[in-house]
Structure formats: C-alpha cells, structure tokens
Design a protein around this ligand. Sequence first.
Ligand code: HEC
Length: 144
Amino acid sequence: MSRGSLRGGLYANAIRSGGAQGTFALAVFVLTCLAGAAQADGDAAKGKAAFVRQCAICHTDDKGGDNRFGPNLFGIVGKKAGTVPGFAYTNAFKNRANWEWTEDAIGGWMMFPSTMIPGTAMAVFQGIAERDRDDLVAYLVTLK
Ligand code: HEC
C-alpha cells in the first residue's frame, strides 16, 4: 500500500466517524488542507498532456463528449457536482457531492477522490501527483 492511499484511508476513517453535519464540515476542512492555496501558476498545455495520460481513459473533455467510465468533463469548473446528463453516478457520490466544483475542490478531488467521497467509483484511480495538480486545474478551466 502506498503512503498516499494509507493517508487517504486515515482521512476517510476520520470523516466516517463524524456525524452527518460534522461530516461535511470536516470534508471541506480536509479538502482545504489538501488542495492548498495557489492554483494560479498552472500550465494548461502541460495539464492537457497530463489529462490525456491520466484522465482520458475514463473521461472525455470535449463539448457534448461521451460519458465513459466517468462523466464528460467539459465545463466542469463552476458546475454543480454530479449533474452531467446521462451519467449514472454512484449513490456515494450523489449523497455527498452537494457542492459546486471550484478550482480548489477539483484539485483536492484529483489527488484524493476516496477521501472526499468514500465509496466513489473514481476511487479505482490512485489520484494524481501533487506536481500535476495545478497544471490539470489550469487545463480544466479552459474547457468552456
Ligand atoms: C478509472 C477511471 C477514472 C479516472 C482515471 C479518472 N476518473 Fe474522474 N471519475 C470517474 C468516475 C467513475 C466518476 C464518477 C464518480 C462516482 O459516480 O462515484 C468520476 C468523477 C469525476 C469528477 C466529478 C464529475 C461531476 O460530474 O461532478 C471529476 C471532476 C473528475 N472525475 C475528474 C477527473 C480528472 C481530472 C481525472 C484525471 C486526473 C480523473 N477524473 C480520472 C472515473 C475516473
């Protein structure tokens, strides 16, 4: 088991042990810690290459693109989570993901999907390395 997934597991346990309301507050808190502050210096061209390598197997990024194992991600930054038409989200995702995708939230999600939403189908993805995060976010912002 990698250190990343071990850490993710510990956070997930912490989140699970909270009550319903505490759960959301804690998830936001964990996210804020994980996502860090500055996204501004990402390189969208590098982010596109990283997307092709790490996300495209499950996600399309073009307008009106197909849903694959994951939903189409065109226009995802600023969109309410879980609202891509025609995609069957897991119950875990539908029950938890009641936020709008900000740059910070997406940065955290890409690194630790199962920490944010234990039981999500994206948990089969190990998560990206921190060095790719800002580039990927910079690329996702251009998808509009
Ligand atoms: C192994 C397949 C897989 C990979 C690789 C993957 N995802 Fe996902 N992703 C999913 C699935 C499945 C969901 C839906 C989660 C659910 O329903 O539990 C999802 C959901 C999402 C969502 C939320 C979409 C919404 O409508 O709210 C975002 C954002 C996202 N993924 C971004 C990414 C990015 C960026 C990458 C690459 C760094 C990536 N994903 C890599 C499978 C994957």
